[in-house]
Write a protein that binds this ligand. Structure first.
Ligand code: DAH
Length: 338
């Protein structure tokens, strides 16, 4: 009986509809019920055998049956699409993480920090001064004679007759002694400027740390003790060192400190220019002529000073052979020091 078959197919399709979990099952459902040779088409075929008075009802029920089949099919198709989308949105915790870029200190800043830390532990405080200096602080009070070559236009960026970009961090010692009475024990890191041709060895802007210790009875032995301690803490406890006589206008006597080249074990290499020694800083006892500018009595007080080039230090420590790598912010270089 056609009406029974319709009722039966409706139940069967509803049951099958719940299991349509993938596109193959959906397609099978379509072929079974809705295709030209499917069950529903088959029942439409039987319409012609139905008694005349039953035809309108049979046609109506068959149409309803076909509509139900289509609805089941549409619902299953939509459900499958939603499930796929949800699966794509799901967090896959087994995927490897994506590295986020973290900021880090520049190698120059880090070198300043490392050096400052060592001196801080030896009782030095940190001071600073202006990068735009007057001729007085940068040269005159530091006992540079009027005709000293460092004052030459070739080395110094003059801003006007009186002002310049400081060529070293040493002028901060004058500012400190003007403001404070001894004992003074401080280091002063900062930027310095020189009107030089840019090359692997020199740049127009670089960094220094100067130091000053003034008190009663400060001797050259104190200077050596402090600087040797610094060098051993920074470069390694087993290094050998030597102090060579030198000249700076603001110190007397003056010296330069060398350490044995740890790159080649003092055998001689390109970095130490085959001498086995690396020059790491300039130093000396504060010249009495400097004290005269800041009203410190040289009969009562004595002191030492030193100056360290930061880029040079970082280059020695990390084996750079070109200062431009440190100053020109090539990220391929910077990222190696994080
Ligand atoms: N100011 C010197 C320079 O730029 C370095 C220096 C040498 C600083 C000896 C000092 C010192 O304080 O005592 O070359």
């Amino acid at each position: 009986m056609l009406f029974d078959r319709i009722a039966e197919l409706t139940r069967e399709m509803r049951a099958a509809g719940a299991d349509l979990a993938d596109s193959a099952a959906i397609e099978r459902f379509r072929i079974t019920y809705l295709s030209r040779k499917g069950h529903i088409a088959g029942l439409f075929e039987e319409l012609k055998n139905v008694a005349r008075e039953d035809k309108p009802r049979a046609g109506k029920e068959l149409n309803a049956l076909r509509e139900t089949a289509q609805q089941i099919l549409d619902a299953a198709t939509e459900r499958l699409a939603n499930d796929t989308e949800a699966a794509q949105d799901m967090l896959d915790v087994t995927l490897p993480g994506r590295m986020s870029q973290r900021g880090h200190m520049h190698i120059v800043s880090r070198t300043i920090e490392e050096i400052s830390d060592i001196f801080r532990r030896m009782g030095f405080s940190i001071a600073d001064g202006p990068e735009i200096e007057s001729d007085y602080y940068n040269f005159e009070a530091l006992n540079f004679p009027a005709d000293h070559p460092a004052r030459d236009m070739q080395d110094t960026f003059f801003l006007d007759d009186e002002h310049l970009l400081r060529t070293h961090t040493t002028p901060v010692q004058i500012r400190l002694m003007e403001r404070f009475r001894p004992p003074i024990r401080a280091i002063f890191p900062g930027k310095v400027y020189r009107n030089e041709v840019i090359s692997a060895r020199s740049h127009v802007q670089f960094h220094q740390i100067d130091g000053l210790f003034v008190d009663t009875d400060v001797t050259f032995a104190d200077l050596k003790g402090t600087l040797v301690t610094f060098a051993r803490m920074y470069y390694g406890s087993s290094l050998k060192y030597r102090f060579r006589p030198s000249f700076f206008p603001f110190t007397e006597p003056s010296a330069e400190m060398d350490i044995s080249c740890y790159l080649c074990g003092a055998k001689g290499c390109r970095v130490c220019k085959y001498t086995g020694w690396l020059e790491i800083l300039g130093c000396g006892m504060v010249d009495p002529n400097v004290y005269a500018h800041v009203n410190v009595d040289p009969e009562k007080y004595s002191g030492y000073a030193f100056g360290i080039g930061i880029e040079r230090t970082a280059m020695l420590r990390h084996g750079f052979d070109d200062i431009r790598l440190l100053l020109e912010n090539d990220m391929r270089v910077n990222h190696q020091f994080n």
